[in-house]
Design a protein around this ligand. Structure first.
Ligand code: PMP
Length: 435
């Protein structure tokens, strides 16, 4: 009997080894990691050099507490990361996971306004569907019915009002004006920030808005004194085909939240890059960010982040994500021709999604678990995918996200497509591929 408190009562295979895009379980079965876990393992598993970097840091300085010390690795890595932005002066606040980073960004936005004498600004406008994390603040910010249902009495709805998700088929600027309409209804003087995932992952199938959307969001936020928080926990660090996804809309947000791909699974690392005006308001005001976690700025995690960034840069993985992503998107669109229940294939870079549903109504099925069944079939055949819900208005099990490591080879991506075809043939009814 296992002593682990597993996520569910199902039986989990015991993973024993990872190398490149592959994982092996204790029975010797091999899996192609088509989702990098949950779009985390961006440089693949068992990358040579990362373990050495972790070992060196563990021997030199494994831990200091942020109320007493900074560290060489924190200073160096923060400068390196901030240096990737087109604007100078951003400061990096490092934590252990995406939810912690989102909480930090929300608190930073609230403190920023309070320091400037606008303590009436407390609301964080978000979108629906969306996913920003599992802790209660980040969950309140998330527009995802299924993950919120149990905890609804604990979530402050008034503080987290929501606008609909973007619709890539409509004009981007017009779409973004839903934000301004809501701000004017609420009274912008009550709003601290707007948070959005530039390319939506966990709650939708790699959805992004039309050109002009985020530029207009930025203008609206600036006009009403609202901070723009970009949650790039999933889509950042090359995953969506550029180092930061929002740069594809030529926008740099006030607060940029990163996670997952930052240390690519080699250690728990996430954080917030804060614009100079946000940092200055806090430091010139009360002189301290009133928030902290014991493991914030952990040296071993930062060493992992630094070593991962080295690999991303050395191997041109951002460029690779864009090119390989275009090729995989074409392959998936080809596959979709043979399965009418794949309603749409979309995404940017190596962050790609299949929207599944009824080909006649173009809605989700009443039987909700289609993507989950497809994901299970793929897993049985040795392909890891990331099934989810939200693409068709929050109905369960209606999309499948794919996000292999950014350094997956062409041959490995072909293998991904063949395994997915087998799983689709088994799971999706209707027109199927002749075996
Ligand atoms: N924001 C986004 C956009 C995410 O995709 C996730 C995780 N799926 C989170 C926040 C939360 O990150 P974590 O699970 O590391 O707390």
């Amino acid at each position: 009997m296992s002593s682990v408190f597993h996520r569910s009562a199902k039986t989990y295979p015991v993973a024993v080894r990872g190398q490149g895009v592959y994982l092996w379980d204790a029975s010797g079965k091999r899996y192609l990691d088509g989702a990098s876990g949950a779009l985390v393992a961006n440089i693949g598993h068992g990358h040579p050099g990362i373990a050495d970097a972790l070992g060196r840091q563990a021997r030199a300085l494994p831990f200091v507490h942020g109320s007493q010390f900074t560290s060489e690795i924190y200073e160096r890595y923060a400068a390196r990361l901030a240096g990737l932005l087109p604007q100078d002066g951003y400061r990096f606040w490092a934590v252990s996971g995406g939810s912690e980073a989102v909480e930090s960004a929300i608190k930073l936005a609230r403190q920023y306004h309070t320091e400037r004498g606008e303590s009436g600004r407390y609301r964080i406008v978000t979108r629906k569907p969306s996913y920003h994390g599992a802790s209660l603040g980040a969950l309140a910010a998330s527009g995802m019915g299924a993950r919120r249902a149990l905890y609804r009495p604990l979530l402050n709805e008034d503080a987290f009002p929501k606008i609909p998700r973007p619709d890539p088929r409509v004009d981007g600027e017009q779409d973004a004006r839903q934000l301004e309409t809501l701000l004017l209804q609420l009274g912008p003087e009550s709003v601290a920030a707007f948070i959005a995932e530039p390319v939506v992952g966990a709650s939708d199938a790699a959805l992004s808005p039309a050109a002009g959307y985020y530029q207009e969001v930025q203008r609206i936020c600036a006009r009403h004194g609202v901070l723009f928080i970009a949650d790039e926990v999933m889509c950042g660090l090359g995953r969506a085909g550029s180092m930061f996804a929002l740069s594809q809309w030529h926008v740099t947000p006030d607060l940029l939240v990163l996670g997952k791909g930052l240390a690519a699974g080699y250690a728990p690392l996430a954080g917030v890059l804060a614009a100079p005006h946000v940092h200055a308001a806090v430091m010139e005001g009360s002189g301290a960010f009133k928030h902290g976690f014991t493991y914030a700025g952990h040296p071993i995690s930062l060493a992992a982040g630094d070593a991962v960034l080295e690999v991303i840069e050395q191997q041109n993985l951002v460029e690779r994500s864009r090119c390989a992503g275009d090729a995989l998107l074409a392959g998936l669109r080809d596959l979709a021709q043979d399965f009418s229940q794949i309603l749409e294939v979309r995404g940017r870079g190596l962050m790609l999604g299949l929207v599944l549903g009824d080909p006649d109504t173009r809605e989700a099925y009443d039987d909700p678990g289609l993507a989950e069944r497809l994901g299970r079939a793929a897993f049985a055949h040795g392909l890891i995918t990331y099934p989810g819900s939200g693409a068709l208005d929050g109905r369960r099990g209606d999309h499948l996200l794919l996000g292999p490591p950014l350094n997956a080879t062409d041959r490995e991506l072909d293998e991904l497509l063949s395994l997915l075809r087998v799983a689709c043939t088994e799971t999706l009814t209707g027109r199927t591929h002749p075996a």
